[in-house]
Ligand binder design. Structure first.
Ligand SMILES: Cc1cc2nc3c(=O)[nH]c(=O)nc-3n(C[C@H](O)[C@H](O)[C@H](O)COP(=O)(O)OP(=O)(O)OC[C@H]3O[C@@H](n4cnc5c(N)ncnc54)[C@H](O)[C@@H]3O)c2cc1C
Length: 386
C-alpha cells in the first residue's frame, strides 16, 4: 500500500465489510445467543471468511496485516454490537502477536498461517486460581525432559479455552529463579493428552464466549514450542502482547460507551415525560453531553495508543491510559444509559442491561485498572528522570 489515500481506502473497505457482517450476521442473533450463553459457531465461520483471525498477522503469513489503528476500529464496531464476538479473535491475536514478535522463524511458518485462517484458534493462559495481577507468582511448572517440557498446574478464567485449539501458556521453567521473571517462559500448547478442560465458568456478562479452567497433568509439550526458543523470556513476551491486548480492550470500551450513547440519544427523543421528550430536560442533556464527551476522549486516547503501537516502540503507558480511560467510560456510559432508559434499561428486552453487565469485565481483564495506574505512573517517572 503506497499512499495515505490508498491506506485510507483500504481501511474504509474493510470497515465497510465488518459493518455489513455485524448488521447481517451478528445483530439479529446476539440477543438470543447471549441469553442462552450459546457459543456463536456460525458467526465464527463468517469471521473466518472475513479474515478477522488474521487481522493483525502479516500478509507474508497469510494475515491481513492491519495496523493497530484499523484493528481498534474493528474491535470498537464489533463490541458496540456484541462484545463477546470480539473476544473470540482478540486473545487469539494476542497469542499470534507473541509468536510473530518473538517466535523463531520455524514457529512463525508453522503456526501463523493456520492462526490467520482461523483453522487453529487460540487463547492466552496466564491467570491461576490464586494469582492474576501478580503473574510472577504463577505456579504452573514446565520441566524439561529431553525434547519435551512436562507441564503441571492449573489455569483459570481462560477465554476461548473450550472452543480454541491452542494456547500460549505462561509457565515457570525455573521456579527458583531470581528475579522471578527470569524463570518464566511462554509455551504454545496444542490441545491433547495431559491437558484437560475443567469447569466452564458462569459469568455476569461476556456470555456466549467460553471461559474455563484448564488442568495440566503431565502434559508433554515439544520443546520446539517454547516461544523464541529461549527460556526466561516469557513474561516480557506476553507483556508485549498485552500492549495490543490493552488497546483492544480500550477499543471495546469505546464500542460499549458509544453504543450506550447512541441508544440513549435515540431513546431520549422518543420517551416523553411532562409533555416533552426527555432529551429536552436539562438533567438528561447533561448526561448525554457527558457521555458523548467520554466517547470522543476515549476514542482519541485509543487511537493515540494504537498509533504508538504501530511505530513498533514500547507503548505500555499509552496503552494503559487508553485502557483505563475507555473502560471507565464504558462503565460510566452504561449506567447513565440505564438511568436514561428508566425501567426499560433494566429490562432483558433492551440492550442496555447487557452493556451494563459486559462493561465491568473491561476494568478487570488485560490488567486491572488499578494496575494500569501503576503502569502509567512507573513509565511517567522512567521517561522523566531528574
Ligand atoms: C470473563 C473473564 C475472562 C478472562 N479471560 C482471561 C484469559 O483469557 N486469560 C487469562 O490469563 N486470564 C483471563 N482472565 C483473568 C483476568 O486477567 C484476571 O482476573 C485479572 O488479571 C485480575 O486478576 P485477579 O482476578 O486474580 O485479581 P487479583 O490480582 O487478585 O486482584 C484483586 C484486586 O487487587 C488489586 N490489586 C492487585 N495487585 C495490586 C497492586 N499491586 N496495587 C493495587 N491494587 C492491586 C486488583 O486491581 C484487584 O482490584 C479473565 C477474567 C475474566 C473475569
Amino acid at each position: 500500500m503506497d499512499t495515505i489515500e490508498d491506506r485510507d481506502a483500504h481501511e474504509a473497505l474493510i470497515l465497510d465489510s465488518v459493518d455489513r457482517f455485524l448488521e447481517r450476521d451478528v445483530k439479529p442473533f446476539a440477543h438470543e445467543l447471549e441469553a442462552n450463553d450459546t457459543y456463536p459457531d456460525e458467526i465464527v465461520d463468517k469471521m473466518k471468511e472475513l479474515g478477522l483471525f488474521g487481522a493483525t498477522i502479516a500478509p507474508e503469513y497469510g494475515g491481513l496485516g492491519l495496523p493497530a489503528t484499523t484493528y481498534s476500529k474493528i474491535v470498537e464496531r464489533v463490541s458496540a454490537v456484541w462484545m463477546s464476538v470480539s473476544g473470540i479473535f482478540n486473545s487469539h491475536l494476542i497469542m499470534a502477536a507473541a509468536v510473530e514478535r518473538f517466535g523463531t522463524e520455524a514457529q512463525k511458518q508453522r503456526y501463523l498461517p493456520r492462526f490467520a485462517t482461523g483453522e487453529l484458534r487460540g487463547a492466552i493462559a496466564l491467570t491461576e486460581p490464586d494469582c492474576g495481577t501478580d503473574l510472577q507468582a504463577i505456579r504452573t511448572q514446565a520441566r524439561r525432559d529431553g525434547d519435551v517440557y512436562v507441564v503441571n498446574g492449573t489455569k483459570t478464567w481462560i477465554t476461548n479455552s473450550i472452543h480454541g485449539h491452542i494456547l500460549a501458556v505462561l509457565v515457570k521453567t525455573d521456579a527458583n529463579a531470581e528475579p522471578r521473571h527470569k524463570g518464566m517462559s511462554l509455551l504454545l500448547v496444542e490441545k491433547g493428552a495431559g491437558l484437560r478442560v475443567g469447569r466452564k465458568l458462569e459469568k455476569l456478562g461476556y456470555r456466549g464466549i467460553d471461559t474455563a479452567e484448564l488442568l495440566f497433568e503431565d502434559c508433554r509439550v515439544p520443546a520446539e514450542n517454547l516461544i523464541g526458543g529461549e527460556e526466561g523470556k516469557g513474561l516480557r513476551q506476553i507483556m508485549s502482547g498485552l500492549e495490543l491486548g490493552r488497546i483492544n480492550v480500550a477499543a471495546r470500551g469505546v464500542g460499549i460507551a458509544r453504543a450506550c450513547l447512541d441508544e440513549a440519544v435515540a431513546y431520549s427523543q422518543t420517551r416523553k415525560t411532562f409533555g416533552k421528550p426527555i432529551c429536552e430536560h436539562q438533567s438528561i442533556q447533561i448526561k448525554l453531553a457527558d457521555m458523548a464527551t467520554q466517547v470522543e476522549a476515549a476514542r482519541l486516547l485509543t487511537e493515540f495508543a494504537a498509533k504508538a503501537y504501530d511505530t513498533g516502540r514500547r507503548c505500555d503507558m499509552e496503552a494503559g491510559m487508553a485502557k483505563l480511560f475507555a473502560t471507565e467510560a464504558a462503565l460510566f456510559n452504561s449506567l447513565e444509559a440505564m438511568r436514561i432508559h428508566g425501567a426499560y434499561g433494566y429490562s432483558k428486552e433492551f440492550n442496555i442491561e447487557r452493556y451494563y453487565r459486559d462493561a465491568p469485565l473491561l476494568a478487570i481483564g488485560e490488567g486491572t485498572n488499578e494496575l494500569q495506574r501503576i503502569v502509567i505512573a512507573r513509565q511517567l517517572i522512567k521517561r522523566n528522570p531528574v
